[in-house]
Design a protein around this ligand. Sequence first.
Ligand code: C5P
Length: 411
Amino acid sequence: METIPLLKEKRIVLGITGGIAAYKACTLASHLTQAGARVDVVMTEAATRFVTPLTFEALTGRPAYTSMWRTSDEALPTHIAHVGLAHAADLLVIAPATANTMAKLAQGLADNLLSTLALAAQCPLLLAPAMDVGMWAHPATQANVAVLRERGAALAGPAQGRMASGLEGEGRLVEPDEILGHVRRVLGRDGPLAGRRVVVSAGPTEEPIDPVRFLSNPSSGRQGFALSQAAVDRGATVTLVTGPTHLETPVGFERVDVRTVEEMKEAVVEASETADALLMAAAVGDYAPTEVAAQKVKKRAEDLTLRLTRTPDILAAVAERRSKTDHPRFVVGFAAETEDLLENARKKLEAKSLDLVVANDVTAADAGFGTETNRVVLLSRDGESMELPLMSKSGVAERILDRVVGLLKET
Ligand code: C5P
């Protein structure tokens, strides 16, 4: 797991309460730590029946706290461990959060280290409830959750599915990486793009030839999804318009699924009308079959000729609207090239009225379509160019979003 700049050096108190889902908190503690956060685990007595403090100490490399009266961190005087941890925290996450602990928090009880710390904390609170169906549905739990929400607590889940009891229903802890997504949303919400709207396009487009065949390209959607996540990390409201991909929707943004160029154009133009920035990372098809066969095309002759027609240019449609409405304020385009990278990218910058173009040579095996990594050059309107080394698509997204923050600051 890669470092997440938003989480780097952040102090997260991870509260763990007593439910079987506590085993999933191990993965969460590990991922938060690997992402760069400083994770202090606080367990209730019941939680230690399911997993041990030692597990978390090994995963986080830090002491795990279980009691008001003892602390293994010698730097903290025993009696004020709760205050010290609470005041230093950037975020308090309780996962799994039992009905009992949520009831205590709603009431303001302070009868163990976690509930006392929660009362002393001034940082945001994220709860990932986990309990049996009936306990979650109970009016008492629902009333407590409503109180906590009202006070500003964020909730991750619970999810629908099979319980340890064998029952099916709402009450499952959401998966650790989804909780991580909520952590990013909550920590990022006051970031430099708070109050800004960002539209991102991602993935390939598909143009049907007949009911079972289509023209497409190997774009995975990864770069566009990474851009969306980097925008959420900075507090933006994000709409992601994506062609067909296998990627799961990360937490915190609106996803619009489309198939053809025409559908993508409509969705992007509409979403861009109120946007501050459009990041057009989708690999949009340039041609579509002139006619779509109503039935599956049969094999008959040796040769088959497909007649193709140019698809509309989405960025051109956006540029036309932009000239009237002034939205989106900034447009970032992508230039996937197999030759004369910089020259072609510069031409695209002009022709498509872009503020920034992200140029990549898609002939490289480790960059471009379908890969985990990318190597790009950023060219801006003022002629400045910045060549980035080979890095993950998330790393590229971080750098692009830093530029977008810079561009928007000037407005
Ligand atoms: O012209 P070319 O396809 O190389 O330009 C790439 C950029 O233009 C990308 O940002 C892509 O998303 C966008 N594009 C578009 N509409 C098309 C084709 C590409 O907006 N029909």
